[in-house]
Ligand binder design. Structure first.
Ligand SMILES: O=C(O)C1=C[C@@H](OP(=O)(O)O)[C@@H](O)[C@H](O)C1
Ligand SMILES: C=C(OP(=O)(O)O)C(=O)O
Length: 438
């Protein structure tokens, strides 16, 4: 998988209005964790709504290489024959996480607790992402992981005696929290993680669903090593971060009226909804319910004129993956939108502040960058040539921008959209996007 994805360009032009009912694919964060915990459980777990993305398939393939049998009775379903908490076997060569920061960081914690050595690698983008944030707390737990200057590949030595720690993370990161908790399954004593701002709590909820005793509340989680996981079925909700592109598209394309079905509404994920509504968006939450222990809802979105706002800093962790889409909403809004406190965007699949600012400028939008955000001045978008830098969310964001631009936009390097949202372009076209691939 490493660096093997062919490059593909998209051409987006004025389309819409968007109409219809859309079902976006399963949640990426939940899918990664479901494979991991099901693999380590006693018994067989069925995962429905699994994301058929390259990131989550890479995680499944890694567990298969460590001796876990995973059946695929149909697309988006996995039947995982768990091997038990100590049942993984060493793989014969390096484990490739592809493009997935979540896969690599969570596995760094989980593999620190095994009896065998492992090596985690990734593609070009993942190889440039910082890993010290997980290496430091894991080292405090007694893990032994070698990395060059804190970057992948990660060489994890097995058979280390891990001990529980109480860790106060400086960054709000569910990946850091989860890496420490997963190492904590194998540690002697209690492991506690405190966060500066609460982040998505899927690891905690899913550990509980698989029968591992855990205490958690927003911003703090605590567990003890030495228990076992019990197989359970998992129903994965639709990914809010994938739905986000359609929330923005329907808001900015005149005449649009769409419903997004069964979207995961974990409050640590829905910051964009809060921000879009503050900008004037018309989104109704309908049919709020529950699926597999997670809140889900249908989101009914109609076009509405947007105005710029100062994005509240406390909303940033709750919309950390939604900034490429938000930048496009801001470009279409009247006035200025200010983003602050979002320096984390610089270490995602690309430097999302730079890639979005650069692309929007080439489409005629004034953007001032700061170290931890940007000010985007709404205006008229014209056609042009933008580069996604291999970042799935940047590519999808510019596909929306193309729908409201006066000329065609060429979006270079879009193949990585398959990491989180395979067939985005088909679904977008079915809703009314003018978007072709080449
Ligand atoms: O835990 C997770 O599943 C994720 C956490 C976030 O990363 P950080 O923990 O780096 O904020 C997010 O950006 C990523 O897409 C998925
Ligand atoms: C940052 C993302 O994912 P990851 O960290 O898993 O690569 C993302 O999907 O936007």
């Amino acid at each position: 998988m490493t660096n093997a994805t062919p490059r593909e360009d998209w051409f987006a032009s004025a389309g819409g209005p968007l109409r219809g009912e859309l079902q976006v694919p399963g949640d990426k964060s939940v899918s990664h964790r479901a494979i991991m915990l099901a693999a380590l459980a006693d018994g067989t777990s069925r995962i429905e709504g699994f994301l058929e993305g390259e990131d989550t398939r890479a995680t499944a393939a890694i567990f298969e290489r460590m001796g876990v049998r995973i059946e695929v009775p149909e697309a988006s379903t996995r039947v995982v024959h768990g091997v038990g908490i100590d049942g993984l076997q060493a793989a014969s060569s390096a484990l490739d996480c592809g493009n997935a920061g979540t896969g690599m960081r969570l596995l760094a914690g989980l593999l620190s607790g095994q009896r065998f050595d492992s090596v985690l690698t990734g593609d070009g983008s993942l190889s440039r992402r910082p890993m010290r944030r997980v290496l430091d707390p894991l080292a405090r737990m007694g893990a032994s992981i070698a990395a060059h200057d804190g970057f992948p590949p990660l060489k994890i030595a097995g058979a280390q005696a891990l001990r529980g720690i109480s860790y106060s993370s400086e960054i709000a990161s569910a990946q850091v929290k989860s890496a420490v908790l997963l190492a904590g399954l194998y540690a002697k004593g209690d492991t506690e993680v405190r966060e500066p701002h609460p982040t998505r709590d899927y690891t905690e909820r899913m550990l509980r669903a698989f029968g591992w005793p855990i205490e958690f509340s927003p911003g703090v989680a605590r567990l003890r090593g030495g228990h076992r996981l019990r197989a359970t079925d998992v129903s994965v909700p639709a990914d809010f971060s994938s739905a986000a592109f359609f929330l923005v598209a329907a808001s900015v394309i005149p005449g649009s009226d769409i419903v997004l079905r069964g979207v995961g509404m974990n409050p640590r994920r829905t910051g964009l909804l809060r921000v879009l509504r503050a900008m004037g968006a018309h989104v109704d939450i309908e049919a709020m319910g529950e699926q597999g222990g997670e809140a889900v809802a249908d989101l009914h979105v109609r076009h509405a004129p947007l105005h710029g706002i100062d994005v509240p800093v406390d909303a940033v962790p709750d919309m950390i993956d939604e900034f490429p889409a938000l930048f496009v909403a801001a470009a279409c809004a009247s006035g200025a939108t200010r983003v602050r406190g979002a320096a984390e965007l610089r270490v995602k699949e690309s430097d999302r502040i730079a890639t979005m600012s650069c692309g929007l400028r080439s489409m005629g939008i004034a953007v001032e960058e700061t170290e931890d955000g940007a000010t985007i001045h709404g205006g008229a978008l014209h056609g042009g040539h933008v580069v996604s830098h291999g970042d799935h969310r940047v590519a999808m964001a510019f596909a929306i921008a193309g729908q409201v631009s006066s000329g065609e936009v060429q979006i270079c390097d879009t193949a990585n959209v398959a990491t989180s949202f395979p067939a985005f372009d088909q679904l977008a076209r079915s809703a009314g996007f003018a978007l072709r691939a080449d």
